[in-house]
Ligand binder design. Structure first.
Ligand SMILES: Nc1ncnc2c1ncn2[C@@H]1O[C@H](COP(=O)(O)OP(=O)(O)OP(=O)(O)O)[C@@H](O)[C@H]1O
Ligand SMILES: [Mg+2]
Length: 467
């Protein structure tokens, strides 16, 4: 069954139940009120007649006056024998022994219904019995029965019933319309969420449900929105990763093609004996260089991936920064001088560092090599400083070609080279160096930043926290 009809039915059922219960209790109330007032009236007649000492002419007068209301008056003596109206026959009231006992004790008997009158005629009547006693002795003398036909009460009740019935019909119509709109409203809210779900299933994440914070449907809408947001961001992350993967495959293939083409060309030359004898030695050396380049590329990629996926363990220890930096300077001095650069160290002798010694060297060597690579006949200064909060700061500043802001933003990307034409220099230039540096710095919980002015120089700053 449609939710719409379920809702309508439920709402309708509630309204109907309330109406029926109210209708019945109202009818019941009206009926008992009608009976009680009739009963009160009849007792009134009985008491008035008792006050007149049940004189027969008074009773007859009363009987005449009340005739058109259908009221009949009967009097019985203490033996339950009818004394008025006087008959030759021996009519008895037919009252039960326990009721007679009550009357003897002075208790009036309230409304009792009978289907026949005392003469045995078929008629629905309401009767009250009022006892009376001899005034002088106080002995039980008999009782008076006053009856009225129920038909008058029932006629009144019928009017009420008719009115109630029309009210009921109107209410049913009203309830139907109200439940229709109520159900429609609820179903619309569900359909809203449904169509949003369909949109998402089709890959459209630009969905936002309205939320008035009214009820559970609104809570659902709020949860739905949260779900859409997280789906959206994971979708974006997937796309970003996919793009990166694609870019990486393209870049890696591109990087490998150059050395492979060189090696292939040289091998073909050797195969067809097209390389002069005196060039052969050089060709082999070229091929060796290209092969080393490929090996370096593969190794650096593996290294990068290892660091990225947390597959390397840092052997962190506290060591002297001056000694470590001096060692690196010693190593790279030759390279620096080859391109006319001055490589200087300025570091307090007692500066310490807390890091993996080999990985720290790898980081600094990479940055200094870059500085040498992009500087000609300039100065490269390596500085060590004590930082705030027990940090050790290493700065590598060069007076080389520098970078634009846009270039600085991209240098951490794998395979990024600001100037693509500067390929295949003596230091490799695969564009992996800084990507690895960044991963290693992160792994140490350290920070690295760059300041650069195009044409003036670049400064890399490393901040290592102490143990
Ligand atoms: N000191 C610097 N001065 C000017 N540009 C720099 C400097 N350091 C890095 N760059 C720019 O950042 C790019 C990326 O550097 P990165 O070290 O990652 O790669 P690479 O040096 O080109 O190759 P690899 O280090 O893998 O051999 C460089 O190609 C260069 O354009
Ligand atoms: Mg480099």
């Amino acid at each position: 069954m449609n939710y719409f009809y379920q809702q309508m039915l439920a709402f309708f059922a509630v309204v109907m139940t309330v109406l029926i219960i109210l209708g019945f209790s109202f009818l019941q109330f009206a009926r008992s009120t009608a009976y009680r007032s009739t009963e009160k009236q009849l007792f009134g007649y009985a008491e008035a007649l008792i006050d007149e000492d049940l004189q027969t002419d008074k009773i007859e007068n009363g009987q005449v006056i009340l005739k058109n209301q259908g009221v009949s008056i009967f009097v019985f003596d203490h033996t339950d024998t009818m004394t008025y109206p006087s008959t030759t026959q021996n009519y008895i009231s037919g009252i039960s022994d326990s009721d007679l006992e009550k009357l003897k004790n002075g208790e009036p008997i309230t409304l009792t219904q009978r289907n026949t009158d005392f003469f045995g005629n078929q008629i629905n009547t309401a009767i009250v019995y009022q006892p009376f006693f001899t005034q002088s002795t106080g002995d039980f003398y008999g009782f008076i029965a006053v009856s009225a036909p129920i038909s008058t009460i029932e006629a009144n009740l019928k009017d009420i019933r008719n009115n109630l019935f029309s009210a009921f019909i109107f209410s049913v119509l009203g309830a139907t319309v109200a439940s229709y709109f109520f159900a429609k409203f609820q179903v619309n809210r569900i359909n809203r969420i449904r169509s949003a779900t369909h949109k998402i299933a089709k890959g459209d994440f630009n969905v936002h449900l309205e939320n008035k914070e009214m009820d559970e449907f609104d809570d659902l809408a709020a949860d739905f929105n949260t779900m859409v947001d997280s789906l959206k961001s994971s979708q974006e992350e997937i796309e970003r990763l996919e793009n990166r993967r694609r870019q990486f495959m393209a870049d890696a293939a591109h990087e490998m093609r150059t050395p492979l083409t060189t090696i292939n060309g040289l091998l073909e030359g050797i195969e067809h004996d097209m390389i002069p004898e005196n060039q052969k030695q050089r060709s082999v050396q070229l091929m060796q260089n290209e092969t080393r380049r490929l090996i370096r590329l593969v190794n650096e990629n593996l290294d990068y991936e290892k660091i990225r996926s947390n597959q390397i363990n840092l052997q962190k220890q506290t060591f002297n920064a001056f000694d470590a930096l001096e060692m690196i300077i010693e190593q790279l001095k030759g390279k620096a001088e080859a391109s006319g650069n001055e490589l200087l160290l300025n570091c307090p002798k007692d500066l310490t560092l807390f890091a993996d010694y080999d990985r720290f060297s790898q980081i600094v060597v990479n940055i200094v090599q870059n500085a040498i690579q992009f500087t000609e006949n300039g100065k490269i200064k390596v500085t060590g400083e004590f930082g705030e909060n027990n940090e050790s700061i290493i700065k590598i500043a060069d007076s080389g070609i520098g970078m634009t802001a846009e270039e600085v933003e991209n240098i951490w990307e794998r395979y990024y080279k600001a100037d693509i034409s500067r390929k295949n220099t003596k230091y490799g230039e695969s564009g992996l160096g800084l990507a690895i540096v960044q991963q290693l710095v992160n792994l140490h919980g350290a920070r690295v930043s760059v300041e650069s002015i195009a044409g003036e120089g670049t400064t890399f700053t490393l901040v290592f926290p102490l143990e």
